[in-house]
Design a protein around this ligand. Structure first.
Ligand code: IPE
Ligand code: IPE
Ligand code: MG
Length: 251
């Protein structure tokens, strides 16, 4: 099926996967059941993104602030993450998916850190899509991390304060190797970034759906991508059609 609205696929898609707790509550289930169902949505989304030709998919899986949730919920989430990594390695290898992670990875349980490191190593030469997990991630913490590194370079005399520009900041973020997200999807209707990719989201398109994360699927993804395909990104300039009209008048 040829869909002209799907011709403009974002290079980097980032998703704030929200609404697992509400999904469970609506069914009278404990929150963890929502998280479990959420993992299924992750699997379906990763496969769909790979099929649709998205090159980088960042999933906000656990924020720095999420450590403040009840201990039982946090440990259940860590167990789910571990199981996901263990179960998905073969699928990643089969589909050319490279795993990366951003955030305060050193705060994760040692067992999860080891598993992450192993999967990242095994998939490091895969080239079809990057699956980047934001774990123990906070946008402000990331900016502070970059500032610390840059201050250190100044102290060591490697750079001067006047050498610090937007590019240098970007190169010292956790996402140094990745392009900025073109599109950020948030599920479950909340109209906020919740400390996600604050620096990188400067010109990202935003798409918010009321669908709860466990109900998110390929159809929902395609709807978001079609919406993205209809948008005009301006980056502060004037619209393309207007610019063309101006050129026609001048020449
Ligand atoms: C998203 O779902 C999963 C994580 C933040 C880990 P929530 O657990 O935030 O679900 P709601 O927002 O309570 O419905
Ligand atoms: C954002 O969701 C974090 C993740 C999706 C991992 P939250 O549920 O933690 O965000 P708030 O608390 O509603 O802002
Ligand atoms: Mg939430």
């Amino acid at each position: 099926m040829h869909d002209p609205e799907l011709e403009k696929i974002p290079h980097h898609l980032a998703i704030i996967m929200d609404g697992n707790g509400r999904w469970a509550r609506r069914r009278g289930m404990p929150r963890i059941m929502g998280h479990r169902q959420g993992v299924k949505a992750v699997r379906e989304t990763v496969t769909a993104c790979r099929e649709l030709g998205i090159k980088v998919l960042t999933l906000y899986a656990f924020s720095k602030e999420n450590w403040n949730r009840p201990k039982d919920e946090v440990s259940a989430l860590m167990d789910l993450l571990y199981d996901y990594l263990e179960r998905e390695l073969n699928e990643m290898l089969k589909n050319g998916i490279r795993l990366m992670a951003i955030g305060e990875i050193e705060c994760l349980p040692q067992k999860v850190q080891d598993k992450l490191a192993a999967v990242m190593k095994s998939t490091s030469s895969n080239q079809d899509m990057i699956l980047n997990l934001a774990l123990s991630y906070g946008g402000r913490a990331e900016i502070a991390f970059a500032v610390r590194k840059i201050a250190q370079m100044c102290m060591e005399g490697k750079i001067k304060p006047e050498d610090i520009d937007e590019d240098l900041v970007a190169k010292n973020l956790y996402t140094a190797e990745l392009p900025d997200p073109d599109l950020i999807i948030r599920t479950s209707g909340e109209m906020r970034l919740s400390n996600f990719l604050l620096f990188q989201a400067a010109y990202s398109e935003l798409y918010i759906t009321n669908t709860l994360w466990p109900d998110f699927d390929k159809q929902e993804l395609i709807k978001a991508l079609q919406d993205y395909g209809r948008r005009e990104r301006r980056f502060g300039r004037i619209g393309e059609s207007f610019a063309k009209a101006c050129t026609a008048i001048v020449s």
